[in-house]
Unconditional design. Structure first.
Lengths: 350, 305
């Protein structure tokens, strides 16, 4: 059983982090935008589920309660019963949340990158990090928005599935979205758009001389990638049944630092590399997490193994930056049609 | 009055932290995301020293200062120097300081939980309660201590930079590292010393911070935004800017939210950090070089004519 739980958690996180890291790869790997506030897009997803979809449902069932946390709790018990007998209702809620969060994610992403009109590299990175941190702080300490540190329960969209299968159902759901995202992102980046992004990373000034509007390109990119990343906020909130998994003070570690680690580990600007990075990271991470009690007992550690994890992953990051900045799988030139033709012609000659 | 007292104390500590951040930015050109954790780790050291000696929290200041300086030096030697030698870009260096911040968070967690077990008290969250502090003219001692600390630190820093030979070497390597190297100055040594000083300032702030607010393991992550705001408002390239920025951001964070709470109720107080964000973004967009870059004499001249 424990082993089964380990596998399901690896697959679940593999799916969730695949979506998030692919989105970061568009921004940082391809576009060279140092989005140190990646977590903000995830927060948009959590906000959509906890603050917007929850409020819509609360209004529909006219639940009365003092706080959003309480009201969400009451609403959840009503909605869960309906979903238990009508699975389509659960999927409808999920779809609504995903669409709304993609919409808000795109808007917030577009607004959030506006400072890049005047700032670049380190100043831009600091600003983006600051914006995301403050948004997290506000949603965490102001309990009237999405419950803050009390959290806000969200309906169990899989209430119709018997308890013991729920985990695997959710894994399948997340994997489906991750796979769809992979195909979608792979297609989108194998176009002139993907090549323009790489050009922006290498030399924005030269790109401007080529007649491209770099600012508009950045806005489009952030809108696109944040819409994708906000899906993870929705999926994870519905998986845990509460938004506190995202709205907390350790958000920067889980939703910004880890994605950067995975993208750099796998190899920037190459989607298969990102998959490799996500998979290697998630396996190590879940193994440590799954056996943390055993590790603590074995070494007689007087503290939580989570802290040790931070140290391990921090050093892993520094080691990657130092020894293998190109990652597991190196970046390759995009194979355009003329390039493929040229190659085959050369082969024919030989 | 109590509000102003708290605001000045906070601004004093923020100034110390911003001073450290600016110092290393000038010498190494790396915005150090771990500056907040330098301070918080030192806070835990101070708490540990206080709990084991039970004299007064002020007694633990030297320990915290040396510990902070030690972390600063370690940061430069293990994390940044190897990467700088490989000519890593500034973004890579920033990611490295983020990683280092996470490592420090891990060590802070381990230290605090081990101390809890060792001393049999709950050490993950703590403050230095008011009765541990002295009182003067009915005002909490931390107000005077922190003010005095800033004055002394600035005096030492300026004496060091302007009156000693090493300080001249240090200023030269801040202005133009390659030229300084040609003149026979060991730039590595001055850099290393700047990291020690930066860590020591953070350690000093960290030792006093628990008088002002509750310390949790993630406090460093929270306070870092204010530190950056303070350094950037003043202009990341001058030490004077850090002082101006520290007071501007520190005071406005507390006073503006307090003033707003009269209209919107106390729930607005959680938005205090949003003030520093707004100041940060506004400065970056309108005066990206910071307040220190403004030519005040010209503005005064324009106003007169």
């Amino acid at each position: 059983m424990a082993f089964e739980a380990l596998i399901s958690s690896i697959l679940l996180w593999f799916g969730i982090y695949t979506i998030l890291s692919l989105s970061l790869n568009i921004e940082y790997g391809y576009g060279g935008i140092p989005n140190f506030g990646k977590a903000l897009a995830v927060l948009v997803g959590a906000f959509t589920t906890g603050a917007i979809v929850n409020r819509i449902l609360i209004a529909i069932y006219s639940v009365k309660a003092e706080t959003i946390t309480q009201a969400s709790g009451f609403m959840k018990s009503t909605v869960d019963q309906i979903i238990a007998s009508n699975p389509l209702y659960g999927f409808a809620i999920l779809l609504l949340a995903l669409l709304l969060s993609a919409f808000f994610g795109a808007i917030i992403g577009a607004l959030y990158i506006l400072p890049s009109a005047k700032l670049e590299s380190d100043y831009l990175a600091i600003t983006l990090l600051a914006i995301a941190e403050i948004m997290f702080m506000v949603t965490y300490y102001d309990t009237s928005l999405i419950g803050g540190y009390y959290g806000a329960p969200v309906p169990d969209i899989l209430a119709f599935v018997p308890g013991e299968y729920r985990e695997w159902f959710f894994v399948a759901l997340v994997m489906f979205f991750a796979f769809a995202t992979y195909l979608f992102v792979e297609r989108t980046l194998n176009t002139p758009y993907g090549r323009v992004l790489r050009a922006m990373r290498e030399d924005p000034t030269a790109l401007q001389f080529a007649g491209k509007d770099v600012m508009w390109l950045r806005i489009k990119t952030l809108a696109f990638s944040s819409a994708i990343a906000s899906m993870t906020g929705v999926l994870y909130s519905y998986y845990t049944g509460n938004v506190v998994g995202i709205v907390n003070l350790f958000a920067r570690v889980n939703w910004t630092f880890f994605p950067f680690l995975m993208v750099l580990l796998g190899g920037m600007s190459n989607n298969r590399g990102v998959l490799a990075g996500v998979f290697s990271f998630v396996v190590i991470w879940r193994l440590i997490d799954g056996y943390k009690h055993e590790i603590a007992e074995f070494f007689h550690l007087p503290f939580d193994v989570n802290w040790l994890q931070y140290i391990i992953f921090g050093f892993l990051m520094i080691a990657i930056l130092y020894y293998r900045p190109e990652g597991i799988i190196r970046e390759k030139p995009i194979e355009t049609k003329p390039m493929v033709e040229l190659k085959t012609r050369r082969l024919e000659k030989v | 009055m109590a509000v102003l007292e708290g605001a000045v104390t906070y601004a004093n500590l923020l100034t110390l932290l911003a001073l450290g951040l600016t110092l290393t930015y000038i010498t190494t050109s790396v915005p150090n995301f771990a500056q907040g954790s330098f301070a918080v780790f030192s806070s835990y050291i101070a708490y540990f020293v206080y709990q084991s000696t039970k004299i007064t929290p002020y007694f633990s200041i030297p320990f915290a200062v040396f510990f902070g300086g030690f972390i600063g030096v370690v940061t430069y030697i293990i994390v940044l120097k190897p990467l700088i030698k490989k000519e890593a870009s500034i973004l890579i260096l920033m990611i490295a300081t983020l990683a280092w911040d996470l490592i420090l968070l891990g060590f802070i967690g381990i230290f605090s939980e081990s101390v809890s077990k060792l001393l049999g008290t709950y050490a993950s969250k703590f403050i230095f309660p008011y009765y541990l502090d002295y009182k003067l003219f009915g005002i909490q001692g931390i107000f005077f201590s922190s003010t005095l600390t800033v004055i002394l630190s600035l005096a030492i820093l300026f004496f060091l930079l302007y009156k000693t030979k090493f300080g001249i070497a240090m200023r030269a390597s801040m202005e133009n590292p390659s030229l300084a190297e040609i003149m026979g100055i060991d730039v590595e040594k001055t850099r290393l010393f700047s990291w020690f000083l930066s860590g020591a300032f953070a350690g000093l702030a960290g030792a006093l911070l628990p008088f002002k607010q509750e310390i949790v393991q993630a406090t460093g992550q929270i306070i870092i935004v204010s530190i950056f705001a303070a350094s950037i408002v003043g202009g990341l390239s001058t030490l004077l800017g850090a002082v101006v920025g520290g007071y501007l951001v520190g005071l406005s964070e507390s006073l503006i939210t307090f003033w707003l709470s009269k209209f919107f109720g106390v729930s607005i107080l959680v938005y205090s950090k949003a003030v520093s964000l707004i100041i940060l973004v506004a400065t970056l967009l309108y005066i990206p070089q910071g307040l220190a870059s403004i030519n005040w004499r010209r503005i005064v001249w324009h106003l007169k004519h």
